[in-house]
Ligand binder design. Sequence first.
Ligand code: ATR
Length: 278
Amino acid sequence: MKQIMGVIGHPIKHTLSPLMHEAAYNALELNMAYLAFEVKPEDLDKAIHGIRALGLRGINVTIPHKVEVIPFLDEIDDLAKEIGAVNTIVNDNGRLMGYNTDGEGYLKSLLQCLTNDLKGMHVLIIGAGGASKAVALTLAKHGVKAMAICNRTIEKAEDLAKNCGKYVPSLSISLEEAEEQINDFDIIINTTSIGMINENELPISLKKLNKKKDIYFSDLIYTPFQTKLLLEGEKAGAKTLNGLDMFIYQGALAFERWTGHEAPINVMREAVTKHLRG
Ligand code: ATR
């Protein structure tokens, strides 16, 4: 019998997950399908019970359900618990396990592009929302040299820096301090949506950037492919990483949990890039 996976979110119509996962099922000739389900917040509990009732094998969870879904699951893995958000549910004979593959997906994409050892790096994270928590905690647990977190709402940066501080030296700093200290960092990661809707916006000013060493600019956004942050970073000689590979790897990690097969990364990447190029 065909196994069914899917993604729940609201709104969900622009998701690229179905085409990415189905390309992988086709490549490996797996008898599986992946569907997008529009689920309103007030229907979340019914949707989760539906996973059990309908015997769906796995579900990705996206905005706005990643936090709210937690009480409806049977077990949450430690990293997802620490992040406080779930993006992948595995249904094992009616028992629903929650995971978070966002941070690990990001880490994989970063390790692919770095030429230096991540462990020696001083990281600046801009933003302190859900995506930031996944990325910051995963990098902290992996053991970077030190981390600074800045955010419009400083209290959220303070909370996150406190959590990351359990693993590596971590500070919350103001946006202005981040702009002043920009040359102290080896990697600058934007986790906010700035640069997505308004393509001319930067999350922080780069006026003080004065490149004297290898520096990486990374943005979790992949539409547009290159945000203003990445374009400006590139102009200044930085290496850049957009959010496309994070999206692909978070999907690949979910695929592997559901199917037990190694994910065909190149097939998944090609399906998504082909679609984005139109
Ligand atoms: P996600 O799950 O994508 O991380 P989120 O949890 O809503 O979404 O977090 C959004 C992040 O982008 C937050 O850090 C938010 O800052 P606040 O905590 O101050 O809200 C940041 N953000 C979004 N729009 C922003 C804007 N226009 N200016 C500054 N920061 C913004």
